[in-house]
Design a protein around this ligand. Structure first.
Ligand SMILES: C[S@@+](CC[C@H](N)C(=O)[O-])C[C@H]1O[C@@H](n2cnc3c(N)ncnc32)[C@H](O)[C@@H]1O
Length: 244
């Protein structure tokens, strides 16, 4: 009861607070004549827990020049919208996985939706790719599912062996809290996952990260970029054998 009341109060505070945030219309800062980039900028204008990262996800994906993209956690398809466009531009195959039916959120003809628990699907992923004639190694892996520590550790363990030599593994909600702020200062309401996602990444690298601030880091074989705002966004880029 108290939690629900607090939730309503926070939503009210958020609404009032965001009235005072001045936002530049997307058209005011549209420099690109790329249709897909403009569409993503337009979509990012709608406040969500992921809106600040749509353009970054697009750029990170394009720069990886992927042949195969995999998304864990699809829901309404914000990230799917971005990855679908990047996949089309790169002529890549794109696989989305969710325990719920999200089979209607994209239209790209090389998009595959798999309704499954992502850990279970990881076990049969290679065979599934062979059956469909898809590359077996993932160039961009986007993880945005339960955000729980144990589950994220399992995702890393189950999916990282499928990464290609120079793959990127991208995580959302690496700075998830009850109240978060976007880059323009606007406020959003989420939940406290007790550092679940960032803690799983810390465990993978046997280190500690200060996720409340942006940071860059390099670990053997990996380059790490972290953006703290809008619930956090972290890119792990494999450096490839010849650059380790
Ligand atoms: C935060 S939402 C994804 C948001 C989406 N990436 C976007 O940008 O709109 C999390 C999704 O992960 C899914 N999910 C949670 N646990 C999962 C699991 N074990 N396997 C597959 N999907 C899972 C949920 O059903 C939910 O749709």
């Amino acid at each position: 009861m108290f939690t629900t009341m607090l939730g309503y109060v926070l939503l009210g505070v958020q609404k009032l607070y965001n009235l005072f945030i001045s936002r530049a219309k997307p058209s005011a800062h549209q420099f690109s004549n790329m249709k897909e980039f403009q569409e993503i900028q337009e979509r990012a204008y709608r406040y969500t827990d992921f809106s600040d990262h749509l353009v970054t996800l697009f750029e990170e994906t394009l720069s990886a020049q992927p042949k195969l993209i995999v998304e864990l956690g699809t829901r309404g398809g914000d990230s799917t919208y971005v990855l679908e466009r990047a996949a089309r531009l790169c002529q890549a195959d794109f696989v989305s996985v969710d325990i719920e039916d999200c089979s209607k959120v994209a239209t790209y003809d090389r998009w595959y939706f798999v309704k499954s628990d992502d850990i279970e699907f990881a076990k049969r992923f290679s065979a599934w790719c062979r059956e469909k004639g898809l590359p077996e190694h993932i160039d961009v892996l986007f993880i945005d599912s339960s955000h729980f520590y144990e589950h994220t550790c399992q995702e890393i363990e189950a999916w990282f062996p499928h990464l290609s030599e120079k793959a990127k593994a991208v995580f959302h909600d690496t700075n998830l809290k009850r109240i978060y702020f976007r880059k323009d200062g606007s406020m959003g309401i989420a939940w406290n996952n007790r550092r679940g996602v960032i803690r799983a990444i810390e465990e993978y690298f046997s280190t500690v990260f200060q996720e409340k601030k942006d940071f860059r880091d390099t670990r053997p074989g990996w380059r790490i970029k972290h953006l703290a705002y809008c619930a956090g966004f972290t890119v792990l880029e494999k450096l490839g054998k010849n650059r380790e």
